[in-house]
Design a protein around this ligand. Structure first.
Ligand code: NAD
Ligand code: SER
Length: 326
């Protein structure tokens, strides 16, 4: 079984202009070379942006022909499949979410089977549901999500396992927690508050949160997430018992605790609450904390950022870009 480390073929990233892709693509290019990583998205590159940092292809991942064309044209050996609708948007448009999240993955796995590619698939804490243990949710546990996002994530985890068992497609994946980052905006998830709060804290010293102050969820800073993705894909396959859908986390906090941490840097920061019932219901259906012991044991996962270091770093990075509103 190949791992990226032993591959001379190129890498394709779908959904590359999103929150994760905006940081994963540069990290992959830094590691494997800029021409070895083909970024692709349904969206075009923004006006004025150049593909000079490496190849870019306009690609709807639900369409197999153009996908196949790119795989053979660039001799792709591994696909990082990021294109999907996130939890809140998926709940608003469940039919579109099913089509993109399931048909997109099916085409990617089929194309991977035919072209002998490995696949990275990002699942989520959204793959759990209200009957999953709410604290320290185990790696192998009850998964009966009540959202369309969760339904697609569980089905996708199972489809990845199936393609490995049945066709030897090296499909690996992580159940990512809410991701916090400053390069690209969050894409319509339930954990987006933990990104928006930093922008609003710097600009207005005020943020109105759509989740209750005591809503505890698992979170991770993007540099840790990008490193986890690369480390999993480079892991020795003989050590992997699970291979796919690894629980991983770095920290967990509530909106109130995050606001307190921001106040250490911006003492007059104020948080208010206007609860969005849909996103609150989604958050309440997910575990508060998860157990990432399998990832630690099988491929050495260790987070580097805590709530304290992530908050300091986010504020430092954003202060260089944003001006406080007058
Ligand atoms: P995002 O919404 O920021 O980006 C998704 C990208 O996919 C967008 O650039 C969009 O234009 C593109 N896209 C949409 N339809 C497409 C299509 N038909 N073909 C090709 N591209 C298409 O999402 P993200 O936050 O970068 O998340 C990427 C993946 O990671 C998703 O599967 C998501 O469920 C998962 N994930 C994300 C988080 C998080 O907190 N960001 C947490 C857990 C899991
Ligand atoms: N951050 C993601 C969401 O809220 C978790 O998968 O949808």
């Amino acid at each position: 079984m190949t791992s990226v480390r032993s591959m001379s073929k190129t890498i394709l990233v779908t959904g590359a202009l999103g929150q994760i892709g905006s940081e994963l693509v540069p990290a992959l290019r830094e590691r494997y070379g800029k021409d070895a990583v083909i970024a692709s998205d349904l969206r075009m590159l923004p006006m004025g942006a150049s593909a000079g940092n490496g190849p870019f292809e306009h690609l709807d991942c639900t369409r197999i022909r153009p996908l196949q064309d790119i795989l053979s044209r660039y001799q792709v050996g591994i696909i990082y499949h990021l294109a999907a609708l996130l939890s809140a948007v998926a709940e608003d448009r469940p039919q579109v979410a099913w089509h993109l999240n399931m048909d997109g993955l099916y085409q990617v796995l089929e194309a991977a089977r035919q072209n002998h590619c490995a696949v990275f698939f990002p699942s989520s804490i959204g793959a759990f549901g209200p009957t999953t243990p709410r604290d320290h949710a185990p790696q192998d546990t009850v998964q009966r999500p009540t959202t369309m996002y969760g339904v697609t994530k569980v089905a996708a985890e199972m489809l990845c396992d199936y393609y490995f068992r049945r066709f030897a497609v090296d499909a690996r994946g992580l159940r990512l927690p809410g991701l916090i980052s400053h390069v690209a905006p969050a894409g319509g998830g339930t954990t987006d508050y933990a990104v928006e709060i930093f922008y609003q804290a710097i600009r207005y010293r005020h943020y109105t949160c759509f989740l209750r102050p005591d809503t505890r969820l698992e979170m991770m800073y993007m540099p840790d997430a990008v490193r986890a993705i690369i480390e999993l894909m480079e892991a020795d396959s003989t050590r992997l018992v699970h291979r796919n859908a690894f629980n991983i986390t770095a920290m967990n906090f509530t909106p109130d605790e995050l606001a307190q941490e921001i106040r250490k840097h911006i003492p007059d920061f104020v948080i208010a609450y206007e609860v969005d019932p849909i996103r609150q219901t989604i958050a309440d259906s997910w575990p508060r904390t998860i157990d990432d012991g399998a990832a630690r044991d099988e491929w050495g996962w260790t987070p580097r950022y805590t709530l304290e270091t992530m908050t300091g770093n986010m504020l430092d990075k954003l202060r260089h870009r944003l001006r406080p509103a007058m």
